[in-house]
Design a protein around this ligand. Sequence first.
Ligand code: DC
Length: 233
Amino acid sequence: MTSRIIIAVDGYSSTGKSTFAKAIAKELGYVYIDTGAMYRAVTLLAIRKGCAGRGRAVDAAALEALLSARPSVDVSFRVSGPDGTSETWLDGENVESSIRTLEVSGVVSHIAALPFVRDFVDRRLREIGARKGVVMDGRDIGTAVFPDAELKIFMTARPEVRARRRLEELRSRGEITDYAEVLRNIEERDYMDRHRKTAPLVKAADAVELDNSDMTVEDQMEWFRNLIKERKL
Ligand code: DC
């Protein structure tokens, strides 16, 4: 790479965006930002403060008041390991594992659909991106947050492949669940992400699509190296 740029990696949930985005950040010496983690942290806050929960409507007014209170809610990323991976912190607490539960996954799409939540997160992401040399994974990075990102990648994979991957991830963390529930959760989130009014999940016109249903991580890296060579980045 000749100059430091912003790389937007958008796409459906459980397409391996974070694995891929982390790997390219490592290869380039860039910072990796998991933007979904910000929405998850806000969701965790909403659940803890009684503004949201599974199977009930979100109390948007109460959440908006929380997010606009001063001093403001602090969601940040802190580098935690020698390999440069970072963890999510909420108001001084490491919430990296608390934000990955099925409870948070079941509510997060509703929280991420609220325009004031998106404003709250976007403001923080733009501050981080201003330094360049970042790979951000999310849903709307190339369309809404950084429409001028120099490189945009849109990731997809078949829903069944994604459900299997997610199931393995949840089981490895000791969460008891089954394939049908995970697949349902993925399909529900796809629908919500695609149909919400604010910043719906769509492929940016200038994004390159990567369907990794039948690709290993190494295959994807190979694909990426060819792409930056082709684009002369
Ligand atoms: O990538 P993830 O599953 O951790 O994302 C959690 C939720 O946050 C998902 O339902 C979509 C939402 N999200 C979003 O709306 N915009 C982003 N840039 C990132 C995530």
